[in-house]
Design a protein around this ligand. Structure first.
Ligand code: K1U
Ligand code: ZN
Length: 170
C-alpha cells in the first residue's frame, strides 16, 4: 500500500469531472487500498479519487468511531435525496484548516458498486449522508468552498496560496 499526495485547493485539477470506472479490477483494488490508507493517515472520514489526481468515479468513506468500517463506492449515483435539508459544518482534506456550514439533504439513497464490483444500494443519513454528498461533489469537480460566499471563498483561496508559498520556501 502507499500514501498518495492529496491535491490542495485552489489546484485546478480539483475541478476535473471524473469518468466512470470501467471495471473493478486489480488496478482499482490497489487504488482503493491506497486511498483508504491515505484517508486514515490524514484522519479524514472520506476521500474522493479526484483528490489524489485520479479522475474516475470512486470514493472511500469511514465514519465509524473505531475507524474500522470502510465503505467503497464505485460509480455512485444518488437515486433519491430528501427535500429536508440541514446546514452542517464541513471540512476537506484538500482545504486544510477550513470548516464552514453547507446545506445538504438530510437523507439520501445511493446506488453504487462496492470494492468487489457488486451492486449495492446505501441508505444514508447523518454524517454519512453529508460525507457521501461532499465526496460526490468532488467527482463533479466541486469543492465545498464553492457553496460559500465569493468573499469567504476568495479569503480561503488567498490563505491557501500563502500557505503553499510558505511551504515551498527553502
Ligand atoms: O473530502 C474530504 O476531504 C474528506 C472530508 C470529509 C468530510 C468531513 C466533514 C464533512 C463532510 C465531509 C474530511 O474528512 S475533513 C476532515 C475530518 O476529518 C472531519 C471534519 C469534520 C468532521 C469530521 C471529520
Ligand atoms: Zn473534500
Amino acid at each position: 500500500m502507499a500514501l498518495l499526495p492529496i491535491l490542495c485547493y485552489p489546484d485546478e485539477r480539483l475541478h476535473t469531472v471524473a469518468k466512470p470506472v470501467q471495471a473493478v479490477d486489480a488496478r482499482i483494488r490497489k487504488l482503493v487500498a491506497d486511498m483508504l490508507e491515505t484517508m486514515y493517515d490524514a484522519n479524514g472520514i472520506g476521500l474522493a479519487a479526484t483528490q489524489v489526481d485520479v479522475h474516475e468515479r470512486l470514493i472511500v468513506i469511514d465514519v465509524s468511531e473505531q475507524r474500522n468500517d470502510p465503505m467503497v463506492l464505485v460509480n455512485p449515483e444518488i437515486v433519491w435525496a430528501s427535500d429536508e435539508k440541514q446546514v452542517n459544518d464541513e471540512g476537506c482534506l484538500s482545504v486544510p484548516g477550513i470548516y464552514d456550514g453547507v446545506e445538504r439533504s438530510t437523507s439520501i439513497k445511493v446506488r453504487a458498486l462496492d470494492g468487489e464490483g457488486n451492486e449495492r444500494v446505501v441508505e444514508a443519513e447523518g454524517i454519512l449522508a453529508v460525507c457521501i454528498q461532499h465526496e460526490m461533489d468532488h467527482l463533479l469537480g466541486k469543492v465545498f468552498v464553492e457553496y460559500l460566499s465569493p468573499l469567504k471563498r476568495n479569503r480561503i483561496k488567498t490563505k491557501m496560496l500563502k500557505a503553499r508559498r510558505e511551504t515551498a520556501r527553502p
